[in-house]
Design a protein around this ligand. Sequence first.
Ligand code: TXA
Ligand code: MG
Length: 314
Amino acid sequence: MTEPADERGGEGAAIARAAAALRAGDLVILPTETVYGLAADAANPDAVARLYEAKGRPSFNPLIAHVAGLEAAERVAVFDGRARRLAQRFWPGPLTLVLPVRAPAKVSDLARAGLDTVAVRAPAHPIARALLAAFGGPVAAPSANRSGRPSPTTFEAALEETGAAAAAALDGGPCRVGLESTVVSLLDEPRLLRPGAVTRGEIEAEIGALAEAEADARRSPGRLARHYAPNAPVRLNAAAPEPGEAFLGFGSGAPGPFNLSPSGDLREAAANLFAHLRAADATRPRAIAVAPIPDDGLGEAINDRLRRAAGFVG
Ligand code: TXA
Ligand code: MG
């Protein structure tokens, strides 16, 4: 059942109903500034089990616990100086921190996939913040796509992916950022597990050099090759489309309706990436050809998602 914010008592009432759904162990479609999430009470293993089931996600892939801010995060995870510094600089916002879980664990074992660590993030979207305030506890929310599909960046795409499994759905409009949060592990030396909306340079400016994620998929389980994949094959670094191909261009002069940013702006390209991949895929092309994207700043995260969409190991 969807809950348009402007019906039956307005946005406040829709948020109260969504919080009640979480308390009842039901799932909620939740807008964030990065991508739409499918949310559940992180402390409730039955609700989390239904979340994995709705996504078709392998249960070894742990979930992010969404919290209202640093104070709430410190009830869930153990922060050191660097972690606090990053949270103070980038929260609320698109940065996820992997930290030791605080005992007794307030995020269920299932949501942590059995690890003694927990990923925490305070999202910036006002509707996400309102729901977290109304609910009062950590909320597990993977991207609302079915496993292996591109993350939804519009309300409509989220409903299409996992809306059938949700008891409530909050419409927050198109996602401002359009790429998932950056995931940084602070377990030993700081490590970039997933490039994302906060760039490597922005993080390194706060805490110094970041180590690369290990290839070991158990330590960085989000880095699976088949991730973010549309139905059509994806061809990277294409100068131009071949017959039958859809084309995701970049910069002025690129043809077609799926130009990621006519002005060559990486922020705009990030915001458009998943929506354009979806729209291009819907034309049932022979393949989706993608123009080269510069690898600096946000380009690192864009190219990471594109390599996964093309099926290359990250
Ligand atoms: O922007 C986002 O982060 C979105 C919105 C909804 O907040 N959420 C999202 O969640 O992208 P998800 O579940 O699709 O990705 C979470 C990533 C995965 O790569 C997962 O492996 C990693 O975080 N992760 C979660 N807990 C972890 C842990 N304890 N150790 C290492 N990686 C972890
Ligand atoms: Mg995801």
